[in-house]
Design a protein around this ligand. Sequence first.
Ligand code: FAD
Length: 659
Amino acid sequence: DEESTQSQTDVLIIGAGPSGLTAAYWMARYGVNARIIDKRDTKVFLGHADGLRPRTLELFDSMGFQHRVIQEGCISTEANIWVPGPQGDIIRQAQIDICRVDESPFLNTCLNQGRIERFILDSIREHSDLDVERSVIADSLEYDEELSNDPNSYPITVKVRVLGEDDSNQPCGHGSEAASNIVNRSNLLPDDLADLAPRKKPQKTQVETIKAKYLIGCDGAHSWTRKQLNIPVEGSNTDHIWGVIDVIPLSDFPDIRRVSVVNNAAGTILVIPRERGLVRFYVPVQTCEAGATDRFDRSKITRELICSRMQAILAPFTFDFKECSWWTVYQVGQRIAAKSTKDNRIFLAGDAVHTHSPKMGLGMNMSMQDGFNVGWKIALAVAGTLKPEILETYASERHPLAEMLLDFDRHWSPMFNDRKPEVADTKSSEIALVAAKFEDFADGWKVFYPASRLVWKAEDNAGFSCARHMIPGERVRPVKLRNQADGGTLWTTRVLESDGPFRILILAGDIRNPMQKQRLGTLARVSAGQSGSSISPLSRYLEIPGRFKSPVDVLTIHASPWKEVELFDFPEILRPFDSVKGWAYDKIWCDDACMFDRYCDGTAYEKWGVDRVLGALVVVRPDQYIGWVGELGDVEELTQYLDGILVKKSPTNGVHSAL
Ligand code: FAD
């Protein structure tokens, strides 16, 4: 007994976990006609992923809610390794610093996935009417390959079911969690309570046929979308079963509030301190028969069993708890999908592409970064502003990282599985060595995005010499800058907001130097299209409808002392006037030391490898990665770069360039 309807949308996202929500963030920012569905009837509230890497926090800062994580989360600054001692006890073998203050203002931080989902959902609501449609399950997928080359076509047809009251045996709600995980209201923060009440379900099942231009399958490790596309996965379950438990511990173990690996003959556990007095423990509970690929019988594993394993491994220290907020049991699987797109119309992101051991604390981070990478590209393509060919870069940029992730896991997971305890006097622990080997990748400092139309890597390396540490395909290394108008300071992660446009960074150098001021004036005239040149990157490309007149924005960062120049020393096009908002005070920034903020130390140019007098030009993509680097006057090559990505205004698309 069903009701059936039909509809169209530009983008359909299946799955509202971390990857789906991050992709949806971009739909909200660009004002794209999109929908996001999830078969669960509520968001995640407790447990699940909890480790946030510094790079993810940099992205959160650019999305506007990093401060909420810092307020609620628990930072980890070091990792401790415990091994058996000479007296049958356990001793601390190593204390390893895991924060790199020279790399990022943010530290490894733990906060449960449910709160991260809360922050992204709030941001989506702040910028649009887009909302997750819950208790909606994707049921069938048809794809018309013949339409794939026409960007305005709707080659994708997905039939979805809005689960009704008679669908009581559907896998929604908390079906995937352990039976004990019934959410207790007292464990929730007030802003999550409204989401706790399951929505009113229709009496009859409703079926809807949705036609879409693009589909993003963010539907997790057992991805339905991936199965519909017959994309094979490589890899398998490992033999090891782990318990995960979030409790308020009652223990005299000295490092109970510090990240620790405790490694003794009874097994290896991982200790992760969390928000609100909670600590998460990863505990080995069982080993399947070697090579077993079937899922294990989880009913045999109880909270009490996990607790007794903990007590054995932590002995002679004590361990117990009264309050448990969440627990589950899992079998580690290491799998990667053979590919992550079908014709660049259907994409897979997050766990749908890669799964591995949660003990690396990377799945949610990588999944959100997948959603972040694919989301802006699809949204801009739908807006008609981005050339559809650019969508190829999702797979070329993210798939190699999925492979790297699995490689890391293959090295990392065995550290926790039935291994002989490390000897107490070993100077350098094996775990520390593996962590160090993959640190740049895991923390997100290096992403290794290869050369493409989006990542301009000049063969002769020209450009690199004027900004030696601004590498196309890498992130902008965060620095703190001073606003020229009000003197306040901000990290570049916030200055370069993830709000939509590409950003040309004019690193103007020292404009007290008359020659340099003249160069800046020439650059400004060229940018405005006033110098007889036909190049004006600011008015050349199609707008983002309803959001931005141009998909390209400009920020100026100069290296003169803050007190020795004025906002009005800069050409007007760099700080344009709006009849309602006045001058654009947020467009001119200064790299100078600031007496009230020691992080704003006037070393941005040095960290970026840029000459303080001559400056440089840099293009930052909407997702905060560097796309192109050149000299201050190099507008022609910069425009070539943007021409390869963005759709120009022309009589054929109904818009004449301002030139
Ligand atoms: P998911 O979070 O799995 O979301 C997929 C969504 O799709 C679900 O909400 C599901 O209901 C929906 N869906 C599926 N099929 C359909 C369908 N047919 N129709 C409609 N909706 C559908 N990662 C870290 O980075 N750090 C950590 O510390 C960490 N710890 C972890 C600890 C544990 C115990 C576990 C289990 C995982 C941990 N992870 C961690 C991994 C992390 O949880 C995942 O990598 C992350 O949730 C993946 O996000 P996703 O959006 O790709 O998929």
